[in-house]
Design a protein around this ligand. Structure first.
Ligand code: CS2
Length: 496
């Protein structure tokens, strides 16, 4: 057995062509994009698209500079530094085939908590034409119901007081653009790649609110010199397991400390609103449209809501992975019915999409038994997700006087989820910023179901709807004595 190869530039010459077929001299790639949040998703999606564009079309002006801002990102930062930005994308097809590809589009990396000024200086340089973000739903500090920026969030408040050691994306962006303005440099595009409603508009509004409060003199310059396209991003990317690392090591004799695992499907649709230019992304099948909203709503309310629903219901039934739930008829029948009778009818301007086919495609993707997407990943921070993924369907159906049965059943199951115990008596972990609050109100709901809804600003709009409140109480009282599976069987046969 030859010596184990550690993944880094020096060793790339020894890598088999099948996983690193490079036509490009990496030293010639210039940085054009700075990406904040080197999540697994970013590495399977945007960095993958850039890699393809660099390799297949010799695009040398948009290499990626990665920036991490969170304490929890220290590990990925150190690994990427160790591996010269290289990592492996592991793609698992539904038929069991696994593809490996070394991705080489990340060419610089900075870690904010270690040296915030270095990161700020780097992003202030005009070669960076796009600053993209994957900071997760909770990184935007939005009020869950109103969608407004939460200026009173402790970290946001802290940043507004100590400008030179920022913690939030908004603190960083303010310093970066302050420098660009002072130095007479151009602005750039801020591209959100997170699953939040109107992600570009939202980040713009939040950022401008923050600037108005902290550095109002910068605002007119920002209005002239920045743009914020909305986008829809899609690729299921799971938590990497020790087994994935081992399998790659055993197959190729290469040690990658943190490869990324994803499905073969990938999609990215963006509004064409880039103030300082963009790569020729069309060449790698990225779509540009005038109005992203119909695509984004369909994705958030079908795929992401579908995930959360399988996550919550499946966890209550003791399942651990998405594919286990998606291959259980009772669960999938319920989900299909929800999409068909409550989501699709409440979506608007959908002429350009075949939503029936999209529903089928999404469910087939959920069934892929090889990517092992854990329900704990899906349920993490569900109090930031459910309001985006499920509430809009519920509110639209309520205002249209249409059926809310499935969505409300899900809300009742979500309340039961905060008991932290499945139907077999096994406890599970809940990772959620609002867990203390929601665990407490879920416990109180044993006496009075309405307390789960009323004690929480989360449900603001919904609690004005008596029809919803009554249904919620009905389903929750049923679910207190039925298992989730029994409840689903009754729902699926129209008996509940
Ligand atoms: C998931 C998403 O986190 C979630 O709740 O639904 O991460 C999902 O896998 C991606 O949006 C797929 O594009």
């Amino acid at each position: 057995m030859p010596n184990l190869l550690y993944l880094n530039t020096e060793n790339t010459n020894s890598l088999p062509n099948s996983i690193l077929k490079s036509n490009v001299d990496r030293d010639k790639i210039k940085t054009g994009i700075a990406h904040i949040g080197l999540s697994n998703f970013h590495r399977a999606h945007q960095a993958y698209y850039m890699h393809e564009l660099i390799e297949q079309h010799q695009e040398l002006n948009f290499g990626i500079c990665g920036i991490d801002l969170l304490e929890s990102d220290r590990k990925i930062y150190n690994i990427l530094k160790d591996q010269d930005g290289l990592y492996t994308l592991i793609t698992k097809k539904a038929n069991g085939t696994i593809d490996y590809k070394i991705i080489s589009s990340i060419i610089e990396y900075f870690y904010g908590p270690e040296n915030p000024l270095a990161a700020i200086e780097r992003l202030a340089r005009p070669d960076i034409k796009i600053i993209s973000l994957t900071i997760a739903e909770d990184g935007y500090h939005l009020n869950e119901t109103t969608g407004e920026f939460n200026l009173t969030h402790p970290q946001v408040k802290e940043d507004s007081l100590s400008k030179f050691n920022p913690k939030t994306v908004f603190g960083y962006l303010t310093q970066i653009f302050n420098l660009r303005k002072e130095r007479g440099l151009p602005g750039c595009t801020i591209l959100s790649c997170d699953n939040i409603q109107a992600n570009g508009d939202t980040v713009k509004k939040s950022f401008f609110n923050y600037v108005e409060k902290t550095t109002p003199s910068l605002l007119p310059w920002l209005q002239e010199n920045t743009s914020f396209p909305n986008s829809m991003v899609d690729r299921i990317t799971t938590v990497t397991s020790a087994k994935d690392i081992e399998l790659f090591k055993d197959t190729y004799n290469i040690y990658d400390q943190w490869p990324v695992v994803s499905e073969p499907f990938s999609k990215w649709i963006i509004e064409d609103n880039f103030i300082s230019g963009k790569p020729d992304w069309e060449k790698v099948d990225i779509q540009f449209v005038k109005d992203i909203e119909p695509f984004e709503n369909a994705k958030l309310r079908i795929l992401n809501a579908g995930h959360s629903i399988l996550g919550i219901l499946g966890t209550l039934n003791g399942y651990k992975y998405v594919h286990e739930v998606a291959n259980d008829e009772d669960f999938i029948f319920f989900l299909e019915h929800y999409i068909k009778t409550e989501v699709i009818p409440s979506l608007q301007n959908t002429e350009q999409q075949n939503l029936k086919a999209y529903k089928k495609e999404v469910i087939d993707r959920f069934k892929n038994p090889h990517i092992n997407d854990s329900l704990s990943r899906i349920c993490k921070e569900s109090s930031s997700k459910i309001p985006i993924f499920v509430f809009p369907t519920l509110l639209k159906q309520l205002s249209n006087q249409e059926s809310i049965a499935h969505a409300t059943f899900v809300m009742a199951a979500w309340c039961k989820y905060y008991d932290g115990v499945d139907d077999y008596g096994k406890t599970f972990d809940i990772t959620d910023n609002l867990s203390n609050q929601l665990i407490r109100t879920a416990a109180l709901s044993q006496q009075n179901p309405q307390l789960f809804l009323e004690n929480n600003s989360l449900f603001k709009d919904l609690v004005h709807h008596d029809r919803f409140k009554e249904r919620f109480e009905y389903y929750l009282s049923k679910l207190r004595s039925l298992s989730i599976k029994e409840g689903l069987v009754l729902m699926n046969t129209g008996k509940l």
